[in-house]
Design a protein around this ligand. Structure first.
Ligand code: MN
Length: 246
């Protein structure tokens, strides 16, 4: 019997002042608790590295970042409220998404990760929610960071609908950007009351690619939807490994 715990690569963050790659412990803890084998990946945006490491993985998790995706990557000039751009993270995530696509690896993309996923598919971002939509909800809740702060409307025919049983559903919120035009093969599956997109799923039945704008890793112990999301992701990674061996 083969090892059913799938190896799941998690990209890290870049702290510019100290030149460190780092990541909060919660992503790895959530993946491990859901049955996966998490590994942190350095931000080395080189094809031979990313291809080599992706060849050993059975799933990819793109976490949040303290940065915004470079708007030049989706054909926009920088808005005056754009925050820091971290090119090592942008480029590593884009290369990893390319490899995940060609290898058919499941992808769970969180917050910045979901925005990078949309840009990789040719979509665009709202660079600063409150500049474009002054009436939008508060999407930067601050502390306590795991607290549920806004509700979600969920698309009935979706993975999120299948795994959610609470009504109304509520999640945390830590973002000042949002998805604008959706990229190829992505559909929105959750929204806030202000109409912003809070989750996307791949439309193709043979691909498990899910992006969420909230932070399920902060709340996997307290929020049932967040916990179920990690469990479904790890299950998809197990199955993708089996398909690859066949
Ligand atoms: Mn939000």
């Amino acid at each position: 019997m083969k090892n059913s715990r799938p190896l799941i690569g998690i990209t890290t963050r870049h702290e510019l002042d100290t030149e460190k790659f780092y990541l909060a412990r919660f992503y790895a803890e959530a993946v491990e608790a859901a049955g996966g084998l998490p590994v942190h990946l350095p931000l080395l945006p080189r094809e031979d590295f990313v291809r080599g490491v992706a060849g050993r993985l059975r799933g990819v998790l793109l976490p949040g970042s303290a940065s915004d995706v470079d708007p030049l990557l989706y054909g926009s000039e920088p808005h005056r409220n754009l925050k820091q751009v971290h090119p090592l993270r942008d480029l590593t995530d884009l290369l990893l998404l390319e490899e995940a696509e060609s290898a058919g690896l499941p992808v769970l993309a969180i917050c910045y990760g979901m925005q990078a996923l949309n840009v990789h598919r040719g979509g665009t971002l709202i660079q600063d929610i409150h500049s474009s939509f002054p009436e939008a909800l508060q999407h930067e809740q601050g502390s306590p960071r795991e607290r549920d702060s806004h509700t979600l409307k969920i698309q009935p025919d979706s993975l999120l609908a299948r795994i959610s049983d609470a009504d109304p559903l509520a999640v945390n919120s830590h973002h000042h950007q949002a998805l604008e035009r959706l990229g190829a093969n992505l559909r929105a599956t959750a929204w806030t009351a202000d109409g912003l997109i809070e989750a996307v799923e791949d439309e193709r039945p043979d691909r498990w690619v899910v992006g969420v704008q909230w932070h399920p890793e902060l709340a996997w112990e307290s929020n049932a939807l967040s916990r179920a999301l990690f469990r479904e992701f790890v299950r998809a990674c197990e199955e993708s490994g089996e398909a690859g061996d066949g």
